[in-house]
Design a protein around this ligand. Structure first.
Ligand SMILES: [Zn+2]
Length: 263
């Protein structure tokens, strides 16, 4: 089992494990020396526009697993609203046949993701973040999406479709919309991954997540327990506390740790 998942289980205990589902793959913390960083390790590279003046979100999808247009449009809008990229943010789609995998671990996502990356995450003036949409499921099949390092996310469409089939509402499309923004929220360091918020909005039982069910960073968003907590309306936005955290990180009033790059 992945170290990050084990850590979370240790904190939360077995009873909560079925709800936990969406741990962040922070096991990179245990592997210093890699240049891949932790989720949130490129937060300042996104929030600051001085060196990385544009951004590309690379979407690598298995045939038949292309994300909904509504998901990537929404992601673009949300990143645009918080990141300083004077030359703009764009999405690049690449169909990719991922050779395996029925069951994915965080390190599978990391290794396969890095094999497929078209660029280093920081290449000249461009910041590259990536999401893969593979066939198959995460080792904990209640996980719908996962952020595994500073620039890499995976989304598990098979599990998202299953979440809809079991509960019917919300729709798979709405779930995908919210989970995608949620995982990129982790790449932005939310909540308290690479900083400590002046506001008390991290859920004490779900580290790295919001305690506000109206925030897209709410802890239940990335797991199949999403369907137990909502009807058809899922949050797709960062809430005020999330946004204030990002503003504070951008202007330096909140200290930011574990950064691969600083302005
Ligand atoms: Zn999460």
């Amino acid at each position: 089992m992945d170290k990050s998942v084990r850590i979370c289980f240790g904190i939360l205990g077995v009873l909560l494990a079925p709800l936990l589902s969406g741990c962040i793959g922070t096991d990179a913390l245990a592997n210093p020396g890699t240049n891949r960083g932790v989720p949130g390790g490129l937060t300042l590279a996104c929030l600051d526009g001085s060196e990385y003046t544009s951004m590309v979100v690379e979407v690598d999808y298995h045939p038949g697993y292309k994300p909904e247009t509504s998901s990537t449009d929404l992601l673009l809008e949300r990143l645009d609203s918080v990141c300083d990229k004077p030359q703009g943010i764009e999405i690049q789609f690449t169909e990719t046949s991922f050779s395996n995998e029925e069951i994915w671990t965080a390190s599978d996502v990391r290794d396969v993701g890095w094999d497929e990356k078209s660029h280093d995450p920081r290449d000249k003036s461009v910041l590259y973040w990536q999401v893969i949409f593979p066939e198959g499921v995460y080792e904990d099949s209640s996980v719908l999406g996962v952020a595994v390092d500073a620039s890499t996310v995976a989304m598990f469409k098979d599990s998202i479709d299953d979440a809809e089939n079991i509960f019917r509402r919300p729709s798979a499309e709405k779930i995908e919309n919210s989970v995608l923004v949620h995982e990129f929220g982790h790449l932005l360091g939310l909540v308290n991954i690479v900083y400590t918020s002046p506001a008390d909005h991290e859920d004490s039982e779900h580290p790295g997540h919001s305690n506000n069910e109206d925030s897209v960073m709410y802890w239940a968003i990335e797991s199949t327990s999403i369907s137990n907590f909502f009807s058809n309306e899922l949050p797709t936005e960062f809430d005020l506390d999330d946004k204030q955290d990002l503003i504070g990180l951008a202007d330096g009033s909140i200290e930011c740790t574990d950064q691969l790059w600083r302005p």
